[in-house]
Design a protein around this ligand. Structure first.
Ligand SMILES: Nc1nc2c(ncn2[C@@H]2O[C@H](COP(=O)(O)OP(=O)(O)OP(=O)(O)O)[C@@H](O)[C@H]2O)c(=O)[nH]1
Ligand SMILES: [Mg+2]
Ligand SMILES: [Zn+2]
Length: 308
């Protein structure tokens, strides 16, 4: 039986099938397993994940056992299909300050529906959202696609989401992003191939993370980054994550979801508390859309999130 004085605290920087890399507060790196008792008590979703603060009992040299997962101040959670048609909520990463939502400027163009999903996931887990447009060098400023992108980004800026247009290739926006993330723990998320690892490398070239090859014929469905991993970054940490094609959210009622759309929440209450903003009388959202005060794509994503 271990004495309390034997256990130390640390940060999970990586979690792969039952093995956890923990960086202790003294700076030592330990490979840990979970204490058996902890495994039984907790559901899969509550096992230690990257970003967790844990209490560890060192065992052999460079090894240890995780006794406890300390309380989380924030998290990104998603719903995953489980056995027999059941779903469970799975943590992707814990204790991050900022979710850097990565979406390419082109090839394929930014998907606002996916951005909105990430923004909601961040808000639900007490994490600030930041939109990083990647591969800006690949988009011609004079194109119609660039004009559409400008309009979309303007919508996000208006609702208070910081937006930074970047290019790992040309270096555009990298200093601004580095400044915005200074001293923070930031998780990078977005579809596979969005350029997350490239962006992290541009912020700190010494990390040299693996980057996908564009030329591969069967790139589809293959993730270059396989697990969420924390990398030291100045006074903070960067978390590179595997690409997510979809981010399924926990079930949300209309009131909760409305509160996570700042521009909808600001309109005040519709006549009906469960108004879905379609054709209900006394709806305050519909007229705001018609007046052009609210972007139609935001209401579209709101409806999709309610349906799923
Ligand atoms: N033109 C251009 N291409 C880029 C840029 N950043 C990344 N790419 C390319 O986009 C592809 C994917 O980049 P990654 O950084 O591996 O993307 P990822 O989001 O980490 O992908 P996963 O790890 O699979 O989730 C690679 O072929 C990169 O060379 C950029 O700024 N400009
Ligand atoms: Mg990657
Ligand atoms: Zn309404």
């Amino acid at each position: 039986m271990a004495h309390v004085s034997d256990s130390i605290e640390g940060l999970v920087t990586r979690a792969v099938s039952g093995f956890f890399t923990v960086r202790t507060d003294a700076g030592e790196i330990l490979t840990c397993k979970l204490r058996g008792k902890l495994k039984q008590e907790r559901q899969k979703s509550e096992l230690a994940v990257a970003g967790d603060r844990v209490r560890v009992e060192p065992t052999d040299a460079g090894e240890g056992v995780i006794d406890a997962v300390l309380e989380r101040r924030s998290w990104i959670m998603r719903r995953e299909p489980g056995p027999r048609g059941k779903h469970f909520d799975d943590l992707v990463v814990a204790n991050v300050d900022v979710l850097v939502i990565c979406g390419a400027a082109t090839d394929p163009p930014l998907q606002p529906g996916l951005v909105d999903r990430f923004l909601v996931a961040a808000a639900l887990g007490n994490v600030a959202g930041l939109l990083a447009v990647t591969k800006r060098d690949a988009l011609d400023d004079a194109s119609a696609e660039a004009a559409t992108l400008r309009d979309t980004l303007e919508v996000y800026r208006r609702i208070g989401v910081p937006v930074i247009e970047t290019s790992a290739r040309s270096g555009v926006g990298i200093d601004a992003l580095r400044e915005a993330l200074r001293g923070k723990i930031s998780a990078f998320m977005g579809k596979s191939g969005a350029g997350k690892s490239s962006l992290v490398n541009a912020l700190d070239p010494s990390l040299s993370l693996a980057v996908g090859e564009i030329s591969g014929t069967s790139k589809k469905g293959l993730h270059t980054t396989r697990v969420a991993t924390l990398h030291p970054f100045g006074e903070g940490w960067l978390v590179d994550t595997p690409g997510l094609r979809e981010l399924a959210l926990p079930e949300l009622d209309v009131a909760t979801l409305t509160s996570l759309y700042p521009e909808l929440a600001a309109l005040g209450m519709c006549q009906f508390t469960n108004c879905r903003h379609t054709r209900e009388p006394g709806c305050v959202v519909r007229p705001a859309i018609e007046r052009g005060e609210i972007a139609a794509f935001r209401l579209d994503s709101f409806r999709k999130l309610l349906e799923t």
